[in-house]
Design a protein around this ligand. Sequence first.
Ligand code: DGL
Length: 280
Amino acid sequence: MSHAPKILVFDSGLGGLTVFAEVARVRPDAHLIYAADDAGFPYGDLGEKVLVARVLSVLQRLIARVAPDAVVIACNTASTLVLPHLRAQFPQLPFVGTVPAIKPAASQSRSQLISVLATPGTVARDYTRDLVRAYAAHCMVTLVGSSALAGLAEAFVQGESVSDAAILREIAPAFVANGEGRTDCIVLACTHYPLLIEQLERLAPWPVQWIDPAPAIARRTDHVLCEDLGFLPPKTKSRHVAPHHALFTGASAPAPKLSEALRLRGIGKIELEPMPLVFA
Ligand code: DGL
């Protein structure tokens, strides 16, 4: 392949920026388009049928508009449900998903008490429960579904003040102590949560390993580009060839503070692809 790889990084909102940053680091030669379905946020509260239909229709529009070489679904809530549908609908296009990092947590935990912090949608998925059965049968796994934490992360990135108490309320159930030990690994199974990593580390009742899958997803994306699509690995000093840009499905342009947060992440141009969420 002679052109710079074009990668669409998709999430319901701003959480996928945690994955975007890692992909940009691993593939500095790529043109990244960050797409946020902010009109559909939060996905964690949507029923499964509605979510499948929503993600398929939004991605149909975005893929037609962007014509990417690969798509990264930087959202656990969508990936744990919609990936097979996307692969069936776009058989020529590689999709890299983001699913709860239960396997690494189970192998790194010494206490064998691990927690999975995610949206209510992700903790309810068969996919997540299957991962627990397949990789963490020797552990005590606590699944914590938070309705509020992704929204708090969005507010934080948009420059709003977020109280420690509100964050602590959401993460407290992930800290479990029984007679013999206590939780030592917590899977950040929603891409929004690493946006709050400083607060999470500071507010944790005791130190734990927070498992963020973003570096593994970036490595996987690079592998797909090189092995499946025939792109050369980036040159050591390559700089990205075109400015990254972002697409939002909401009706209004992001506020100045958000535009500035995106600019600091290398996203200079923001465009709208308005798609209101309609419940059938
Ligand atoms: N960032 C998304 C995830 O990884 C979900 C946030 C939401 O829309 O509820 O699950």
